[in-house]
Design a protein around this ligand. Structure first.
Ligand code: NAP
Length: 287
């Protein structure tokens, strides 16, 4: 599609996520019918951070709605690396578990990277292991980190042609900014990463045909930063339904923008569910 500036069209992540989840539910039901086994996602939560508990609860509710079983392990705050790694390794070895979600953050007493790496690649439906990251980087089969996977599906849905476009990704975290940039590169975008040490962020923002805001700073990016007609993906989520982009001003300048809430967030969960059913399908040997 051609992008024109003005009152930006919202990219409806809620509607697309609902459609993807309907497909996932149908695939889960089909798998159950054919094998007698429902896909199963194991969730692991360390401590009692209310936001993390809410995220996990929401994911488990969505699983249930899609016909995916979930099995929850709650570990006390202060859990150390050895216990957390053992817990995840047990789930990795358990044939009744098809996908594993270790909720981030895991607290100061456990080495989060070590715990993520204990997830078997075949069960890494949240796309957090170095194996999944490398598969994304090389364009090989594997699971993508869910938020970047959801972002690319949204761009596809709105027929954003990425070939030759300048995509600017603000943020370089291992689960969001970095893999998002790699997926855009695979679609032949020219990708620039910005981060906290970028010398002149506004200069890069002005050049972005496609902007991915994954920075974690409320409303850091404003409309006057944007190139007219830009496609703006706001992955940020802060209390009060605020994103990393200032939407009132950005809508005046962008052509397409993901709302907050209702843009990237629902897609993240939809991709998690889709990848869980795909993992179950592979592990159960169903073509
Ligand atoms: P993160 O690990 O804190 O990474 C933030 C990134 O932004 C870092 O690379 C950091 O640079 C960069 N940054 C920080 N301040 C900056 C500045 N002033 N200018 C330019 N870059 C700056 O965060 P994350 O986990 O990637 O998450 C980012 C946002 O997405 C958060 O708002 C989070 O809530 C949201 N999120 C949403 C979903 C969803 O499902 N919708 C999922 C995950 C995350 P350095 O690398 O130099 O520190």
């Amino acid at each position: 599609m051609t992008q024109t500036p003005g009152q930006a069209r919202p990219m409806d992540g809620t509607a697309l996520a609902r459609r993807l989840t309907d497909e996932t539910a149908a695939a889960a039901a089909d798998l159950h019918r054919r094998t007698g086994t429902a896909p199963c996602l194991a969730t692991v939560l360390v401590g009692d951070d209310p936001a993390s508990a809410t995220y996990v609860r929401m994911k488990r509710t969505r699983c249930a709605q899609a016909g995916i079983r979930s099995r929850h392990t709650a570990l006390p705050a202060g859990t150390g690396t050895a216990r957390l790694v053992d817990t995840v390794a047990e789930l990795s070895a358990d044939p009744t578990v098809h996908g594993i979600l270790l909720q981030h953050p895991v607290g100061p007493h456990a080495d989060e990277r070590a715990a993520f790496e204990a997830i078997a690649p075949a069960k890494d439906v949240d796309g957090v292991t170095t194996h999944s990251f490398a598969a994304t980087a090389f364009g090989l089969p594997g699971f993508t980190s869910c938020t970047p996977g959801g972002i690319v599906r949204l761009l596809d849905e709105y027929r954003v042609d990425l070939r030759g476009k300048h995509a600017v990704v603000v943020g370089r975290s291992a689960i969001l900014g970095r893999p998002a940039g790699m997926l855009l590169l695979a679609r032949d975008a020219t990708v620039t990463y910005c981060h906290s040490r970028t010398a002149d962020l506004p200069a890069f923002l002005r050049e972005a045909d496609v902007l991915i805001a994954a920075v974690g700073k409320p409303e850091l990016i404003r409309g006057d930063h944007l190139k007219p007609g830009a496609v703006v993906i706001d992955a940020g989520y802060h209390p009060g339904g605020v994103g990393d982009v200032h939407h009132a001003s950005a809508r005046e300048r962008a052509a397409l923008i993901t709302p907050v809430p209702g843009g990237v967030g629902p897609m993240t969960i939809a991709v998690l569910l889709a990848q869980t059913v795909e993992a179950a399908r592979q592990q159960l040997g169903v073509a």
